[in-house]
Ligand binder design. Structure first.
Ligand code: BES
Ligand code: MN
Ligand code: ZN
Length: 494
């Protein structure tokens, strides 16, 4: 989709369709009022008839409204006037995108930037419109044979410009949306296509697409030399070779980088501690953390952001096999700490700990890992909110703020010392599970043992990276949060 900026009022706009808002008591947005006045009260008449009430996401497509230059007017419900929530706004955008993408309209102009969404700026609304529209348009087709093209797709969407900053908001929105779609696509691919080697090839491709990105791939022999026995122990039960993928984005000379470590478990069967059969297909999504790193690097490279970011992706499968990890096995991590593997299904932390240790060589300003790490985070926060844990409160606060700014929100859980004894082992320096209670916290506590030398935060995205059920698919989260964090980080350093 192409996005453009327009300063033409709704009544004289030359698009195939103009989009204006209606609120839940039948009130009209400013541009809707103009159209209503020009057409001698037509919108009020239609609303009085009861065809649209203004509930968030309701739509009504009108044709040939009198005295209006555009042939179509799309009314969309935006909830309570002056109290439209981000959720209402997203439902409205999603709805108009779906309606227009299947109508005769080729171009449309949105006047929704003029409505009040909490205290969001017009540029936020522009950016969010693009992100939400692209999400609504995303369709997975890679492994389907009977793909029908949309009959009459919407190809251009314009934004009514009110405060002059719409162009950069448009570019930002597009870069984030493209990054999210890359994350979605990698995540949705099945485990037999999206293997560690496939991810490594994708990283090489990203390096070829952007001059600012340099990719390095480490194979198992190189990881062996580095002493990454914890990571390699997870991969031993798999026929697919593990990869350590490093994507280096250089946008700010020799500044210390932000390192993003993404869990790239391309299929998690649980290993010898095998998972139950039901829903196991969804464990192809156990690489969504790495997908968000790919998406974020694609977005910042497209935007040429003045910052250095290193993406580190430990990638492996976790399978049952004669050579797989067994409960009770003890491995030595790259950091030298021995780990008793009491549950082979707690494999994420086993590959992440070595990747975190590896990150130290970049002299990072901060390290953030992103991982579908625990089912327990879904119990704690559901599918709405990402779990956040950190060894530094300023970094935690910056990530919470980035989540609020981008409306891709996280919530912090504590990793106080009090939890650490749950990881005690009789036979090794640390156990890989923390027993009953606080499963997400003890997982983060495990990681914290490998991040003592730097500022670190952990995002547990097990609940937010994909949705199950009829609309099963990856969400592209937390790409918006991560890009926002990097944008804010650049601002605070100015
Ligand atoms: N990839 C899973 C976490 C997960 C589970 C994500 C369900 C999304 C939905 C992770 O490797 C795992 O299996 N974690 C275990 C840890 C447990 C064995 C301590 C879990 O959460 O059950
Ligand atoms: Mn697991
Ligand atoms: Zn896993």
């Amino acid at each position: 989709m192409h996005y453009f900026v327009t300063t033409t009022p709704a009544s004289t706009q030359q698009s195939d369709c103009v989009i204006v808002a209606v609120f839940d008591q039948g009130q009209l947005s400013p541009s809707a009022k103009i159209i209503n006045d020009q057409s001698n009260g037509y919108l009020e008449k239609v609303i009085a008839r009861g065809d649209i009430e203004g509930k968030a996401g309701q739509t009504l497509l009108l044709q040939d409204v009198e005295n209006i230059t555009s042939p179509r007017v799309l009314l969309v419900g935006c909830g309570k006037q002056d109290k439209t929530t981000e959720k209402d706004f997203n439902s409205a955008i999603s709805a108009i995108t779906k309606v227009l993408n299947d109508s005769g309209a080729d171009t449309a102009s949105s006047y929704l930037s003029e409505i009040n969404v909490k205290d969001r700026s017009a540029t936020w609304k522009t950016r969010q419109t693009i992100i939400t529209a692209e999400s609504a348009l995303y369709k997975y087709t890679a492994t389907k044979s009977d793909v029908k093209a949309v009959n009459k797709p919407l190809t251009q969407l314009g934004f009514f410009d009110q405060d002059g900053d719409t162009q950069s908001a448009t570019e930002l929105g597009q870069a984030i949306a493209t990054g999210m779609n890359l994350a979605r696509e990698l995540s949705n691919l099945p485990g037999n296509v999206c293997t560690p080697t496939y991810l490594a090839n994708q990283a090489v491709e990203l390096g070829q697409r952007f001059e600012s990105v340099t990719t390095t791939i480490l194979d198992e022999a190189e990881m062996e030399t580095l002493g990454m026995s914890s990571l390699l122990s997870v991969s031993r039960g798999s026929r697919e070779e593990a990869k350590l993928i490093v994507m280096n984005y250089q946008g700010a000379g020799d500044d210390r980088p932000v390192v993003l470590v993404g869990k790239g478990l391309t299929f998690d069967a649980g290993g010898i501690s095998l998972k139950p059969a039901s829903g196991m297909d969804e464990m192809k999504y156990d690489m969504c953390g790495s997908a968000s790193v790919f998406g974020t690097i694609s977005a910042i490279a497209e935007l040429n952001l003045p910052i250095n970011v290193v993406g580190v992706v430990p990638s492996s499968e976790n399978m049952p096999d004669g050579d797989a990890n067994k409960p009770g096995d003890i491995v030595t991590s790259m950091a030298g700490k021995t780990i008793e593997i009491l549950n082979t299904d707690a494999e994420g932390r086993l590959i992440l700990c070595d990747a975190l240790t590896y990150s130290e060589r970049f002299n990072p300003e901060v390290v953030i890992d992103i991982a579908t790490l625990t089912g327990a985070v879904i119990v704690a926060l559901g599918h709405q909110t990402t779990g956040l844990m950190a060894n530094d409160q300023d970094l935690a606060d910056a990530l919470l703020k980035a989540g609020n700014d981008s409306h891709d929100r996280a919530w912090q859980l504590p990793i106080w010392d009090d939890y650490q004894p749950q990881l005690d082992s009789n036979f090794a320096d640390i156990a890989n599970i923390g027993g009953k209670g606080a499963g997400s916290i003890t997982a983060a506590c495990f990681l914290s043992r490998f991040t003592e030398n730097f500022t670190w935060a952990h995002l547990d995205i097990a609940g937010t990276a994909w949705v199950s059920g009829k609309d099963k698919g990856a969400t592209g989260r937390p790409v918006p949060l991560l890009v926002q964090f990097l944008l804010n980080h650049i601002e605070t350093k100015k």
